[in-house]
Design a protein around this ligand. Structure first.
Ligand code: MLT
Length: 258
């Protein structure tokens, strides 16, 4: 599958994979700041943003293969820095587990290695059915949106919430259903963490209630040598809610790779 993408900036390649059901514009602040020093490539994952939306289950491995196809199409045979937020993190973990030679460093943001519990997987299947039956993502937007942000973002930066609402509203129902089913079926990658042998940054918003800091800490402890950065005044979308602290943490990590 051909992915739409942004590709800008000088220097070593940093690939950023967005969360569900968002698109590459969530990385606007990173594209601007990190893209002044690095070549930042941010695709729209299958069905999201400007990438075509096929019917069916969007498995995490398939979405990772899409990213690999993009790297190949861009002739990027050298390993890249791979970052992903939440669902993007699941995809990054799939890619490094199956193609470790393509990754020179990893950034796992507001994400987890574990699979869904049986209850969570069933709830996703139900939601997928409902989205398909109504051909609307409205229910997903209204239930998910308030859980994404910290209190600080809600009270001081409501302007950072509206673009996220729009990204979600513009995601087709079949993408939302396909990605929900793909996430419900994703494997538990906890045992893969000890086998990650590239520098890794684990970044999480201090108020992330979806993938909370204690899970991020456990994930960082399981990856040899991983660094943990907890971003203040941020929830599940830390790079978008607190771009300056997130960018500093990311740039510190990237400069340590040189
Ligand atoms: C995301 O932000 O990508 C989602 O919260 C991932 C998920 O639902 O597991």
């Amino acid at each position: 599958m051909l992915l739409a993408y942004d590709d800008d900036g000088p220097g070593p390649v940093v690939v950023l994979l967005h969360g569900f059901p968002l698109n590459r514009t969530m990385w606007k602040a990173q594209q601007a700041r990190i893209g002044s020093l690095y070549r930042v490539i941010s695709p729209d994952l299958r069905g999201h943003g400007h990438t075509a939306a096929p019917y069916g289950i969007y498995t995490i491995d398939e979405m990772a293969d899409d990213v690999l196809d993009l790297l190949n199409a861009l002739q990027l045979k050298e390993p890249v820095v791979l970052g992903g937020l939440s669902m993007g993190g699941y995809i990054a973990l799939s890619l490094i587990a199956r193609h470790p030679e393509r990754v020179r460093a990893l950034m796992l943001m507001d994400t987890r290695a574990g699979a869904d519990s049986t209850e969570a997987a069933l709830a996703r299947q139900e939601l997928a059915k409902q989205v398909e039956a109504t051909r609307s993502v409205e229910h997903v937007v209204t239930t998910m949106l308030p859980k994404l942000f910290s209190e600080t973002t809600r009270s001081l930066h409501p302007d950072r919430i509206e673009p996220v609402r729009r990204m979600m509203e513009h995601t087709p129902a079949r993408t939302v259903a396909g990605a929900l089913r793909g996430m419900a079926a994703r494997p538990d990658r906890t045992n893969d963490l000890a086998r990650i042998h590239v520098p890794t940054l684990v970044l999480v918003g201090e108020d992330d209630t979806i993938t909370p800091p204690n899970e991020a800490r456990a994930m960082a402890q399981a990856i040899p040598g991983a660094q943990l950065e907890i971003i203040p005044h941020a929830g599940h979308l830390a790079p978008l809610e607190n771009p300056s602290a997130s960018n500093e943490a990311i740039l510190r990590f990237l400069s340590s790779l040189a």
